[in-house]
Design a protein around this ligand. Structure first.
Ligand code: HSE
Length: 317
């Protein structure tokens, strides 16, 4: 994780990655960063104080253009206020390279890119961990709830556990070296806000026992490179049965992934994207191909991604 250094800049160009939240059993507490896709922010110093959102591309006009309402510029404004630098003026260009409502942490990638950019522009006055609360506020603005399981791995890289929210307690979890993700985004719209509203707020104790056994098993498997345990633990009895209804061909995609060598399979974040863990890049590639081909046969377009676990999070381009 980056510390502080000195040296302000005039221009920064930042990439921040997509993320897979929940990792099946860890609703709102587990997530990991992908190598691709991701969003880009170009930020320039200008004389006029304030945060000026001058361009947004790749969103088909869906995101707010008003600086106080767009999560990227709103979070940059919050950060400047917090560090007492409201004298600073910046322009922001946001270039989205992933779809909104995909379940791949689209809003998180944009927000993280913006926060990483302003911090870099000012010579890194804050650590990445100190940027995290601003990114969580961005999620609250984007979908009505401030969960951290996209923004934490997006900002810090790797696999993260949100051990607690009050106070915020984030733990880095090691990624087994051969672990790869196969990710498919079927082109159907599932807004996070809606996908959260349909979840039951009460759970049965017998289901909770299964769920926390799986979370502990998954974390133990990640720490010990036990791929079989990782796969056995990728089971969600609380959220997936409800959300799977919104995702066409979900159970058939799972069967195809497991038949193609997936360790485990589930919904990425709130969907509609799905993902599988595999023990090699090649197997992950096979899983993506077989799922995409199945979706094509059912008249559903999709994007597919094969990725290792992105240990770095955002980066300057
Ligand atoms: N944990 C969040 C949810 C992630 O499942 O609603 C949203 O991408």
């Amino acid at each position: 994780m980056a510390g502080t250094d000195s040296g302000e800049k005039e221009l920064v160009h930042v990439f921040a990655p997509a993320t897979v939240a929940n990792i099946v059993c860890g609703f709102d507490v587990l997530g990991f960063a992908l190598d691709e896709p991701g969003d880009e922010v170009i930020m320039r110093r200008v004389d006029q104080p304030g945060v000026h959102l001058i361009q947004v591309t790749g969103d088909e006009g869906r995101l707010p253009r008003e600086a106080g309402k767009n999560t990227v510029s709103a979070c940059v404004q919050m950060l400047l206020k917090y560090i007492g630098r409201e004298d600073v003026g910046v322009t922001i260009e946001l270039h989205k390279h992933m779809p909104i409502g995909s379940g791949l942490g689209s809003s998180a990638a944009s927000t993280v890119a913006g926060l990483f950019a302003i911090n870099a522009l000012l010579g890194n006055p804050l650590t990445r961990m100190e940027l995290l609360p601003f990114a969580i506020q961005g999620e609250a603005l984007a979908c009505g709830h401030g969960h951290a399981d996209n923004v934490a791995p997006g900002l810090l890289g790797g696999i993260t556990l949100i051990k607690g929210y009050e106070p915020l307690d984030v733990v880095a979890i090691p990624a087994p070296p051969a672990l790869h993700a196969a990710v498919v985004f079927p082109h159907v719209d599932v807004p996070t806000r809606d996908a959260r509203q349909m979840i039951r707020s009460k759970v049965a104790l017998k289901d909770a026992v299964i769920q926390w056994g799986n979370i502990a098993g998954l974390v133990a498997g990640l720490f010990t490179n036990d791929y079989d345990l990782i796969g056995r633990s990728m089971q969600d009895v609380l959220i997936e049965p409800t959300r799977a209804i919104l995702i066409p061909e979900f159970y058939e995609m799972r069967r195809l992934a497991l038949d193609s060598g997936a360790l485990g399979f589930g919904i990425s974040g709130s969907g509609p994207s799905v993902f599988a863990f595999a023990q090699s890049r090649e197997t992950a590639g096979d899983i993506v191909k077989v799922i995409q081909s199945h979706l094509t046969q059912h008249g559903i377009d999709s994007n597919g991604y094969v990725s290792g676990i992105n240990a770095n999070g955002p980066r300057e381009l």
